[in-house]
Design a protein around this ligand. Structure first.
Ligand code: FAD
Ligand code: SF4
Ligand code: SF4
Length: 409
C-alpha cells in the first residue's frame, strides 16, 4: 500500500472496502477487511467473552470483591483529571488526543488510528491514520455516529506500521482485542472512551434541529454529569439545558439504534486507559486499567492536574424510576412521566440532590444494563443468552431483573 501525498495530507483515510450488511452491527470495520468472517468471533454483539479478553488485556477479569469493578471493569486506579491548559476544540480538556500526540512525539508508535470530522459535516466521524503529533488536533471533539475505524488496521500494517495506538469506543475496542493476537503487531496501545446513546449522524442532525433554530451554528454538544446538556455555538455563545427540559418526546422511538440501546460495555473495559467524564464531577474521569495504561498516563507528566474522584447521593431511586419509564415506553425513549410545570424545579434540584461523581457513573451503568435487558427481551430475545455477560445481569439483579432459563449466560 502506498500512501499518497504523505507529506501534504495531514491525516489520511485509505480507500475502504464495502461493509458486509449484518444485523446488530455498528460497522466497526472488521467486515470490510480481507476476512469478514472474523466478525463471528470478534463481535461484541454475537458472543462476547469479557472475562477471557479482560484476562488477556489486564492479566485478570473484573474482581467482584472490588465493588466498583462490577460496574466499571478492571482498573488499577481511578482519577479525576484535567489537561492544563485545556486543548482548544477538545470535547473536555483533550486528554485523549494529547495521549495520541505524546505517543507520536516520543516515537512509541508509528501511527494512531482515531476519528476526525468529515470535511463536509463536523458531526460525522471519519476514521483516520495519524502519523504526526500535531495532527492529533484534528481528532479533537466528539462526533455522533459510527465509522469503520478498524478497517484501517490492514492499510496501516501494509504500510509497515507495526507499533500502533487505537483510540476507540467500546464496540470497536472489543473487536480489536478479540483479534489483537492475530494482527502480528509489535506493540498496541488502546485508549478508550466510554460510549452510550450514540446514533446515526443523520438522526443526530434531527436532534440538533429541535434544540436550535439555527442547528448549523451548534459547534459542541455534551451530556454533562450535572444533568445538563451543554451547547456551544459558532458565535462563541453557550447554552445549558436541563435533561428534563430536552425535547425527547419529539424524537422517534427508534432514535437510538438497537445496537446502542443494548451494548454491554459502557466504560470500555478492555482499553489500557479509559478517558471519560461521567465519574468526574465536572472534570474528566480516568480509569487506568493496566501497566500500559499507567505508561500512557505517565506520558502527560505535569500537563495533567489530578485528584481523587468523589461520590455523593443515592442512585437506587433514579435507577428504579428509569426502569419503570423504560418499561412504560415499550421499546421507545424513556421519557419521564412528570407534569410540565414540575420539570424546571426538578431539573434545578437534580444536580444538587441526585447521584454525583462515582455514584452518578454507577447509576448510568445500571440504567444502561436495564436498557440492554429490556430492549433485547422485546426485540431480540434469542440474543440474550449469548450477548449479555454475567456482569450485566449482576448490575440489574438488585432491581428485580433476573435471567429466565433461556436467558442465562
Ligand atoms: C457517541 C459518544 C458518546 C459518549 N458518551 C459518553 C458518556 O456517556 N460518558 C462518558 O464519560 N464519556 C462519553 N463519551 C466520551 C466523551 O465524550 C469524550 O470523548 C471523552 O471524555 C474524551 O474527552 P477528551 O477531551 O479527552 O477528547 P478529545 O481530546 O477531544 O478527543 C476526542 C476523541 O474521541 C474520538 N471520537 C470522537 N467521536 C468519535 C466517534 N463517533 N466514534 C469513535 N471515536 C470518536 C476521537 O478519535 C478523539 O480521539 C462519549 C463519546 C462518544 C463518541
Ligand atoms: S465485528 Fe464489527 S463489522 Fe463485524 S458485525 Fe460486529 S460491529 Fe459489525
Ligand atoms: S453506544 Fe455502544 S454500540 Fe453504540 S456506538 Fe457506542 S459503544 Fe458502540
Amino acid at each position: 500500500m502506498t500512501r499518497p501525498h504523505a507529506q501534504t495530507i495531514p491525516v489520511w483515510t485509505p480507500p475502504l472496502g464495502d461493509a458486509v450488511p449484518r444485523s446488530l452491527c455498528t460497522d466497526c470495520g472488521i467486515s470490510r477487511t480481507a476476512d469478514p468472517k472474523r466478525c463471528g468471533h470478534a463481535c461484541q454483539f454475537i458472543k462476547p467473552d469479557y472475562p477471557a479478553l479482560e484476562t488477556r488485556a489486564h492479566g485478570r477479569p473484573r474482581d467482584p470483591g472490588r465493588e466498583d469493578e462490577a460496574f466499571f471493569g478492571p482498573y488499577q486506579r481511578m482519577l479525576r483529571a484535567a489537561l492544563v491548559p485545556p486543548a482548544a476544540g477538545a470535547q473536555w480538556t483533550g486528554i485523549t488526543t494529547r495521549i495520541g500526540a505524546r505517543l507520536l512525539e516520543t516515537g512509541a508508535v508509528d501511527a494512531v488510528l482515531a476519528m476526525a470530522a468529515d470535511p463536509n459535516d463536523r458531526w460525522r466521524p471519519r476514521p483516520v491514520l495519524v502519523t504526526r503529533a500535531a495532527d492529533m488536533a484534528q481528532c479533537r471533539g466528539m462526533r455522533m455516529g459510527t465509522a469503520p475505524l478498524l478497517a484501517l488496521l490492514e492499510p496501516a500494517i501494509a504500510l509497515g506500521y507495526r507499533r500502533l495506538a487505537v483510540i476507540g469506543i467500546p464496540c470497536q475496542i472489543y473487536a480489536l482485542r478479540a483479534l489483537e493476537a492475530e494482527l502480528g503487531l509489535e506493540r498496541l496501545y488502546v485508549i478508550g472512551t466510554p460510549c452510550s446513546d450514540n446514533t446515526t449522524t443523520e438522526r443526530f442532525h434531527e436532534f440538533l434541529a429541535l434544540l436550535s433554530d439555527n442547528p448549523a451554528s451548534i459547534t459542541y454538544l455534551e451530556f454533562r454529569a450535572d444533568y445538563h446538556v451543554e451547547l456551544r455555538f459558532a458565535d462563541g455563545s453557550h447554552r445549558r439545558i436541563p435533561f428534563l427540559l430536552l425535547p425527547l418526546s419529539k424524537l422517534p422511538g427508534d432514535f437510538f439504534p438497537l445496537t446502542c440501546r443494548t451494548c454491554v460495555d459502557y466504560t470500555n473495559s478492555l482499553a489500557d486507559i479509559t478517558v471519560g467524564y461521567m465519574g468526574g464531577e465536572g472534570e474528566q474521569w480516568l480509569l487506568v486499567r493496566n501497566a500500559r495504561g499507567e505508561e500512557l498516563l505517565g506520558l502527560l507528566g505535569n500537563e495533567l492536574r489530578t485528584a481523587a474522584p468523589g461520590s455523593a447521593g443515592k442512585r437506587r431511586g433514579p435507577v428504579m424510576g428509569f426502569l419503570k419509564n423504560t418499561e412504560r415506553a415499550a421499546g421507545g425513549l424513556p421519557v419521564r412521566g412528570m407534569p410540565n410545570f414540575l420539570r424546571p424545579l426538578v431539573g434545578w434540584l437534580m444536580p444538587k440532590v441526585g447521584p454525583r461523581g462515582l455514584e452518578f457513573a454507577r447509576a448510568r451503568l445500571e440504567m444502561k444494563a436495564v436498557e440492554t435487558i429490556l430492549h433485547l427481551r422485546r426485540q431480540e430475545p434469542r440474543r440474550l443468552r449469548h450477548m449479555v455477560p454475567a456482569h450485566v445481569w449482576a448490575l440489574v439483579a438488585p432491581y428485580g431483573l433476573t435471567p429466565n432459563e433461556d436467558e442465562k449466560p
